[in-house]
Design a protein around this ligand. Structure first.
Ligand SMILES: NC(=O)c1ccc[n+]([C@@H]2O[C@H](COP(=O)([O-])OP(=O)(O)OC[C@H]3O[C@@H](n4cnc5c(N)ncnc54)[C@H](OP(=O)(O)O)[C@@H]3O)[C@@H](O)[C@H]2O)c1
Length: 331
């Protein structure tokens, strides 16, 4: 098969698209012929040597999500038949024509959905649903703040918040991205191009001084203390990403006196059992809404696998709104 390979760490142009051994499905595994995948920050970090694949996943082929069709099944796999359209998450290796995954981590793609649309879903919607609903316990009527709201995960979070009867607000460093979040259901947003100072007043205005019930922090760094300051009594903060920095100074007294809950989360390092639980929760809560069009994928751009260098370069601009899709060559 053909795959995007990281032969050495460095800028986007270290990536090579070349022949790579096709994996073989064992016992309860399924071989999926990938039609489309998508790009994530983790792929950029892996390429520069700062985010190695967890044990058991390819170390030199990035790619955390895929949409494709079942090409073969292992000897004990019973859930899927050749030709079934499936999507899901992997710990690596999805920027390739084939991936091997456990049959219980796969989810069926709704019939009306294109490969590109399907590939825009797993990381964004699994992550947003798991952070906001499973871990964040979002309830109807609550106010939720999403940082980097026009990101892939951010736009999924906004839609899910609306679908759960909550009130989503958001931040972006880029004012021109906010209308896309409003179109996805965001009530209001604030642009923070230079400083986080405007955030406190925005939160006070949006919540009548109550503070945010739930914050989905996709960026970290200085956003953490600002989120703590803006949280309500008993507020919950789910820390999902660290593009704005891995370190922050927080006022511990605010965490104590507001009796806040802070949780960190990561998808990639989860065990098989945890992956199955996440896929199953997505399947029951999110998939039906995607099938009816109540929730929709958000695509920024589409690149052929052969143009993987351009895809990495595009994501690194920070100009994207939604997902960067990687299209596999036709067979
Ligand atoms: N924990 C997990 O399992 C998991 C899974 C998926 C994603 N993530 C993380 O969740 C975040 C969103 O992922 P995604 O794929 O949806 O992202 P994305 O589409 O690549 O968008 C990320 C956005 O973050 C903003 N940003 C970048 N650097 C920033 C900085 N220094 N300060 C503030 N904002 C900055 C940029 O938008 P603006 O500056 O224009 O606002 C950028 O477009 C990322 O941090 C990613 O690593 C975590």
């Amino acid at each position: 098969m053909i795959a995007a390979v990281i032969p050495r760490f460095g800028p986007p142009d270290v990536l090579e698209v070349r022949e790579y051994p096709t994996p073989t499905p064992m016992a309860r595994e399924v071989l999926v012929r990938v039609h489309a995948s998508a790009l994530n920050r983790a792929d950029l970090l892996q390429r520069i040597g700062r985010y190695p694949a967890p044990p058991g996943w390819p170390g030199d082929v990035p790619g955390l999500e895929f949409a494709g069709e079942v090409a073969a099944t292992g000897s004990d796999a019973v859930r899927w038949r050749t030709g079934d359209r499936v999507f899901g998450l992997v710990g690596g290796g999805a920027h390739a024509e084939y991936v091997v995954v456990h049959e219980s981590t796969l989810v069926r793609i709704p019939d009306a959905m294109t490969w590109h649309q399907a590939a825009a879903i797993p990381e964004a919607f699994f992550t947003a649903h798991d952070a906001m609903i499973t871990q964040g316990a979002l309830r109807p009527g609550e106010r939720v703040l999403v940082h980097a709201v026009a990101s892939g995960v951010g736009l999924a979070a906004v839609q899910i918040a609306r679908a759960w009867g909550a009130h989503p607000y958001g931040t972006s460093r880029t004012a021109t991205k906010l209308p896309a979040a409003v179109a996805a259901g965001m009530i209001d947003g604030v642009a923070l191009p230079d400083s986080l100072d405007p955030l406190a007043a925005a939160i006070a205005r949006w919540t009548d001084g109550h503070g945010m019930d739930l914050t989905i922090d996709l960026v970290g760094g200085a956003y953490l203390p600002a989120s703590i300051a803006g949280a309500s009594l008993h507020g919950r903060l789910i820390l999902v990403g660290a593009v704005a920095g891995a370190r922050a100074e927080v006022d511990v007294r605010q965490i104590l006196s507001k009796r806040l809950t802070l949780r960190g989360t990561v998808m990639r390092a989860r065990t098989l059992e945890e992956r199955i639980i996440v896929a199953s929760a997505f399947e029951s809560d999110i998939l039906p809404r995607l099938a009816t069009g109540a929730l929709v994928p958000n695509i920024d751009s589409v690149f052929a696998l052969a143009a993987i260098v351009d895809a990495h370069t595009r994501l690194e601009t920070n100009e994207t709104v939604g997902k960067v899709i990687i299209e596999m060559p036709p067979r």
